[in-house]
Write a protein that binds this ligand. Structure first.
Ligand code: ZN
Length: 141
């Protein structure tokens, strides 16, 4: 497959593009988002280029989670406004993924921060929930 564009996160990881780094180790890099939802909005990015969750192994997933948890705790202690933290990860274009190098958003939250999280929340009967659960259980590998 020909890559039409250079991956901006791989450029940062390779040191060819600048970023404001808050944490890095052998597996992940955590940087500030260029267009933060709130001040202190961090992206946790694996060093390996993987597009989505299906491509990330458990070690990468664990490193992303470990870093996001630590960054979340640090945000609350940092002096930046942070009464709560929202983690979000878009896996696939339909989920709103914009950069196709896996990344987890760590967003400081506080009342009146302007961040909107909404959905057309569904009602689902127990019978249908159980059917849905069975499909997902069968697909788990
Ligand atoms: Zn990349």
């Amino acid at each position: 497959m020909i890559r039409m564009r250079v991956c901006p996160f791989c450029e940062i990881i390779a040191g060819r593009a600048e970023a404001s780094v808050v944490y890095d180790d052998d597996t992940v890099v955590a940087i500030l988002d260029l267009n933060p939802a709130t001040v202190g909005h961090v992206l946790v990015i694996p060093r390996v280029h993987v597009a989505g969750l299906a491509d990330a192994d458990d070690a990468v997933g664990a490193a992303i989670w470990r870093t996001a948890r630590r960054v979340s705790v640090a945000l609350r202690a940092s002096g930046l406004r942070c009464d709560g933290v929202r983690l979000s990860l878009a896996d696939g274009e339909a989920a709103g993924q914009d950069v196709f190098h896996l990344h987890l958003h760590v967003v400081p939250r506080y009342p009146g921060d302007g961040v909107v999280v909404t959905a057309d929340w569904k009602k689902r009967s127990r019978e249908l929930l159980d059917q849905d659960a069975a499909l997902i259980r069968e697909a788990l590998t």
